[in-house]
Design a protein around this ligand. Structure first.
Ligand SMILES: Cc1ncc(C[n+]2csc(CCOP(=O)(O)OP(=O)(O)O)c2C)c(N)n1
Length: 318
């Protein structure tokens, strides 16, 4: 008779790839949500993957010479050209396959960078790669500042956050500009698939990476990645903070497939007030009730616009 305990694996659901393609022993800060997100992304991608990674936290913590945490081919590139290098690898693989010089195993090429490497300095390379229609995925790991070099503000830093180059004080709220809406900019490129994700919702994130992998053409995933060091928050809050960002509508989870918007099932019907998200974070500690109210209004308006776009899909389908 079969021993159920011994053969537990036969009965366990096999939803998630057990293979670790970024190994333990890397040097990420404790409680880093970004490396958790990278781990989940790699599980969804599997081993037939080539990654081009801009300089930033994920490069620093994973590839200190002479070691590497990467178990897939991984190219460390400059700050500004992850998407350009990924698109070149994709074109090269296509040419080699056509000439019969490599086997015809399907290999997905991925470009990745932080918010600085994506939304600021790598923006041009990314826009070009998406517009040219390369068969690749680009993932932005957004921890909302240039973290690896010391918490400098980027265009992904939210209004009111205190950073080392936009410090809060008597005369300043901290960051004085609204966060750049990068997923919408990618949607405007007319690419087949754009999604937002967060490692606090691992199954949702994995499903989105798998979907991006299945698409022939360019996909963009914007992954919200909490940084305990830069957000001045305890390291055990990485997962709960990501959840609060989603639950308050500060970072809504959605996907846009061929222009059609869909809110992710994890989005709550009713949003929590943004102050519940700000309260546990040192970078927002200085905000006054009026300033929080101003940000609340913006979040409510932006979320309303998103809901309208998702409704349009439903109406269009009927
Ligand atoms: C042209 C250029 N400018 C500046 C740097 C220094 N630099 C390396 S990583 C980095 C910050 C990366 O920030 P981000 O892309 O947001 O990723 P994170 O470190 O937050 O994961 C900076 C400023 C560089 N390597 N190249």
């Amino acid at each position: 008779m079969m021993n159920i305990v011994e053969n537990f694996d036969l009965f366990a659901p096999r939803l998630i790839n057990k293979q670790e393609l970024i190994s333990s022993g890397h040097r990420a800060c404790s409680g880093c949500a970004e490396v958790l997100a990278v781990r989940l992304m790699c599980k969804a991608l599997g081993e037939n993957t080539v990654i081009a990674s801009a300089t930033g936290c994920m490069e620093i913590i994973s590839s200190m010479f002479p070691t590497t945490a990467w178990q897939v081919p991984w190219i460390h590139v400059a700050f500004e050209n992850a998407a350009a290098v990924a698109s070149g690898v994709e074109a090269g693989l296509k040419a080699l396959r056509k000439k019969g010089k490599i086997d015809d195993r399907y290999v997905k090429v991925v470009g990745m960078a932080g918010d600085g490497g994506t939304m600021d300095i790598g923006f041009q390379a990314l826009s070009g790669a998406m517009e040219r229609g390369h068969d690749m995925i680009y993932v932005c790991f957004d921890n909302e500042a240039y973290m690896n070099t010391g918490i400098q503000r980027s265009s992904g830093t939210p209004m009111g956050a205190s950073t080392t180059t936009a410090p809060a004080g008597k005369v300043s709220i901290g960051q004085k500009t609204w966060k750049k809406n990068m997923p919408e900019i990618m949607v405007a490129h007319g690419i087949p698939y754009v999604a937002t994700a967060c490692p606090s919702y691992p199954l949702d994130f994995i499903r989105k990476v798998e979907k991006a992998k299945s698409i022939q053409g360019p996909s963009y995933i914007h992954c919200f990645s909490m940084c305990p060091t830069g957000w001045r928050s305890p390291s055990h809050t990485a997962v709960s903070m990501g959840r609060l960002a989603v639950e308050t509508g500060v970072f809504p989870l959605y996907e846009v497939e061929n222009g059609h918007y869909r809110l992710s099932p994890d989005m709550p019907k009713k949003l929590k007030p943004v102050k519940s998200y700000f309260k546990p974070q040192g970078r927002f500690r200085h905000l006054t009730p009026d300033q929080i109210e101003m940000i609340q209004e913006k979040v409510t308006v932006e979320f309303g616009k998103l809901v309208e776009k998702a409704k349009f899909l439903k109406t269009g389908n009927e």
